[in-house]
Design a protein around this ligand. Structure first.
Ligand code: GMT
Length: 373
């Protein structure tokens, strides 16, 4: 099949999932055509069967905001016509599902039918999409898609409660590629913890929804009882406030902000506990990636996280903002080797249920079914 893929090319989970899925499909002999405004961070467009089509923007003094969906729709029409794509898979509803629908309408006038699969990832529904500014257009473009998928049961429920959805939403969970975690790689533990400190890690875009100040508070509590270090991977608006809090709480020396990192498995391999205390989280891909490295997770119990991190099996979950409980759980893991080992084994085992070999065929089947219908 020839599959068009639209996503955000950045470090966010939706872009990572779209890119890894496309790469995997390309390995299986399909053509994966990425249509985005920048090269997706995890994409190597020299890989066989992989194509990157850049959406260029034209600035004009009249434009206060550049009309990205217009440029994207036009580019989709051109790519679909030129490469005779079979199906278009858009990740993140805003504005991708909307642009896909416009492209589909334009192509229909030329007698070309292109089925559209929309995958909902989270904030496109729970934060941005339900905002009255976008709501009607988001609802329309979800309903106009040929197939709609969501990355968790929780996100499916949220979508159905926030919008008037006339389509069946299929849940296809996010995934990891176990092959990445089976590679032998150098251990970075000594670099980050030269005195044998335990390592706690968090990875995100440091937006308010991630509640990274809770992590600093938890770490300050943990630090009183355990010689530990905190690795903060990523970048975003709450970085400086979190750094300031670390100074205020007297733990700044042991909090390392590493910036954006591409091969995060290198960090996760030397991690003892992964933290994800988000306010909202449709899935929590970073937690699953940690579990793939046999790292127990201490998280909030919001959204789809409990579908990934099972309480007292792969780690622990607590209410959003419950810093005391989270601190207790982190210390419990760090201070009880038998418990730590149990959770590590379970985390690794559970992550394999989400291996790309299991999940990608579900998308392949969706494409095959719409092409057959
Ligand atoms: O977490 C983010 O802020 C990024 C966002 C994205 O669109 O990349 O992540 C969402 O999609 C990921 C992949 O499906 C999920 O693993 C994240 O849980 C989800 N984020 C939220 O729901 C906040």
């Amino acid at each position: 099949m020839k599959i068009g893929i639209v996503c955000y090319p950045t470090f966010g989970g939706s872009g990572v999932i779209a890119t890894e899925l496309g790469k995997f499909l390309a390995e299986r002999g399909h053509q994966a055509h990425f249509i985005t405004y920048d090269q997706p961070v995890r994409l190597n467009s020299l890989d066989p069967n992989t194509y990157y089509h850049e959406v260029s923007m034209h600035d004009y003094p009249l434009f206060h905001y550049q009309p990205y969906e217009l440029a994207l729709s036009s580019k989709l029409v051109q790519v679909i016509k030129k490469w005779k794509l079979d199906v278009l898979h858009v990740h993140y509803a805003i504005p991708h599902a909307y642009a896909a629908h416009m492209a589909k309408q334009i192509l229909a006038q030329n007698g070309i039918h292109i089925p559209v699969v929309t995958t909902l990832h989270g904030t496109d529904i729970t934060l941005v999409g339900r905002n009255p500014i976008y709501r009607d257009a988001v609802e329309f473009s979800i309903n106009a898609s040929d197939v709609v998928t969501s990355v968790s049961e929780s996100l499916k429920t949220d979508t159905e409660s926030f919008f008037n959805i006339t389509k069946e939403i299929q849940v296809v969970p996010n995934f990891i590629d176990r092959r990445v975690y089976e590679q032998q790689r150098e251990c970075l533990r000594r670099q980050f913890a030269p005195e044998g400190q335990r390592i706690i890690t968090h990875i995100s875009n440091f937006r308010p929804v991630k509640r990274i100040r809770d992590i600093i508070r938890v770490f300050a509590e943990v630090r009183k009882h355990s010689n530990a270090r905190l690795l903060m991977v990523g970048d975003g608006p709450d970085k400086e406030p979190a750094r300031m809090l670390a100074y205020e709480l007297g733990v700044a020396e042991d909090v390392i902000f590493l910036g954006k990192i591409l091969d995060i498995d290198r960090i996760l391999r030397c991690t003892d506990v992964f933290m994800l205390p988000s306010e909202k989280e449709s899935f929590g891909l970073a937690a699953l990636e940690a579990m793939a490295c046999a790292v127990p997770v201490v998280s909030s119990n919001t959204g789809g996280i409990p579908e990934v991190n099972i309480h007292n099996e792969t780690g622990f979950v607590a209410n959003v903002g419950d810093v005391e409980a989270m601190s207790k759980y982190v210390l419990h893991i760090l201070n009880s080797p038998a418990e730590e080992e149990r959770l590590r084994v379970n985390a690794k085992r559970r992550s394999l249920l989400f291996d790309i070999e299991q999940i990608a065929p579900q998308y392949e089947k969706i494409y095959e079914d719409i092409l057959a219908s």
